[in-house]
Ligand binder design. Sequence first.
Ligand code: CA
Length: 144
Amino acid sequence: MFNLKTTILIAMGVLSATAAPTVDTSSDSIITARQNTAFVFACQNAHWGNPCQTFRSNPGSCFNVPGSYNDRISSIRNLDKSRFHCVWYEHSNCGGRSYGNQEDANLHDGDGFFSDRISSWRCNTRQFRTATGGSGAVEVAEQQ
Ligand SMILES: [Ca+2]
């Protein structure tokens, strides 16, 4: 993000040398929107077998899986684990049983409960806090 922003600002600087100085915040808006979107990659077959799709959801909000993927996902991955923590749900509106593995290439193995059963998810922004009396920062997943 920083490199992209720097590049854009440099490009704007070059442009502004030949044009009247203007204030353009569009690049900041784009970067903010990207940081405020969670991306989830899901496939209808195990081991990332097609068809696959990348879904966007708003952090902290429950995302209902579209009909074509509802109860059909066999592999799923949170694409930005450093920034978000996602929980997958059995039913729509984040109901029923939940599952928190951030990357699962094969939902059929184990007890297989979530194989072809995920109907919604919620990705929360990870937050960092300093443990009082502790020796370092503790990462926690924000609970809603
Ligand atoms: Ca379901």
